[in-house]
Design a protein around this ligand. Sequence first.
Ligand code: GDP
Ligand code: MN
Length: 362
Amino acid sequence: MKLLEYEAKKIFGSYGIPVPRGVLIHSPEDLESGVAESLGDGVVLKAQVDVGGRGKAGGILMADQGSLAGTARDLFGREIKGIPVREVLVEERISIEHEYYVSIAIDRSSRKALILFADSGGVEIESVARENPDALRKASVPVILHDVPAFMLRELRGDAPKEVEKVINRLYRAFCEKDALLAEINPLVSTPSGIVAADAKLIVDDNALKRQGIEQNRDLSERERVAEEHGFSYVELDGEIGVIGNGAGLTMATLDLIEFYHGKAANFLDVGGGADQERVRHAVSLVAGVSSVRVIIVNLLGGITRCDDVARGIVEAGVHQQIIVRLAGTNEDLGKEILAGKGYRMMDSMEDAVRAAVEESR
Ligand code: GDP
Ligand code: MN
C-alpha cells in the first residue's frame, strides 16, 4: 500500500531524517485557528494525492501568510490528474541549494535492497538514468544487515554533503523495519541549514500490513476488498472474460490460454482450495458484477472441492452472463447433471472452454 507524503514524512522523521515542519489540513477553514502561522512567512501547499509528478500537475503551490487562505481554497478546488484534493500538507518553505535523489527498493532477482542515489534530483529517476547516467550510483545491500556498510554509503554519496550518508542509512532502517517495497526521497535537498527530505514516498508490502498495524489496504478497489474478505486471490484486469479457477496455477494457465486465443481476461480469481457452494456463489457474483464482463469461464478441478457443490454455487449465483464451465474430478457427473439443461455451456477440456469463452466475448 502506498503511503501519502505526510505519512511517509512522519515515519522518516521518526527515524531521524530531517523533514520540513508542516501541518496537515482537511479544508481551507482548518487554517482559521492559525495552525500554519508558526511555519514562517513563506509556505508551500502540497496536495496529498497519490500521483507522481504532482508539481507539474498543479498540486504544489507556493504562498505566504497573506495569500495562504486563498491559495488553500484554490488547491482544494483542484483535481490533480483526476483525483480531488481532500488533504493538503502546508509546510515551511525551504530554500533549496541543490536537489538529490535517493531511493531504496527490493530487487527481486538479487533478493537485496537496491539503493539508488543521484546527484540530480527533483526529476524522474528514469530520465536521469537515460540522460545523465554518471550522476546515478547504485548499491545492493543484503537485507540481513542492520546498517548499510560505510564504504557503500561513501560511494553512493560521491561529492554530496557528508550528512547524506546518515540520511541514506536511516532511510534504509525505515525501509527494513516498515516492510517497504520502496522508500524514496525525491528531492532530498541541501539547504543553508542542512539536508532535508522535501518529498517522501513509502510503499508498504501488502503482505505486511497486519504487522505494520495498518487495518485496511486503501489501494484496493471496493471489489478487491470484498474479494479479500472472502479469501479469494483476486486481481482486476481490463478485458471482457471473467475468470474463476481453483489454485493459482490452474487460474494462471486459464489466463495464458485466453491470451493465446487472443481474448482478454477481466480478472484473475482463484477461489482457493476446498471451495464450497457458498464460495463459488460469491466468486461468480463478484466477477459478474463487473460491467465489462460479457462471459465467465469457470475452470475448476474437483479434489477436496466437489463438483456438485461448485455446480450448485454457479446456479445459485443466477447471473445474467453466459457461463462456460469446465469441471473435472470429484463428483464430476453429479455436477454436470445439476448444470444440464440450464443454459450453461459445459466443456471437457480447458482449451475448448477457453476457445468458447473467447468467441462469446467478441
Ligand atoms: P512531486 O512533484 O509530487 O514529486 O512533488 P515534490 O514534493 O517533489 O515537489 C516538486 C518540486 O517542488 C520539488 O522538486 C521542488 O523543486 C519544489 N518544492 C517543493 N517544496 C519546496 C520548498 O519548500 N521550497 C522550494 N523552493 N521548492 C519546493
Ligand atoms: Mn517528488
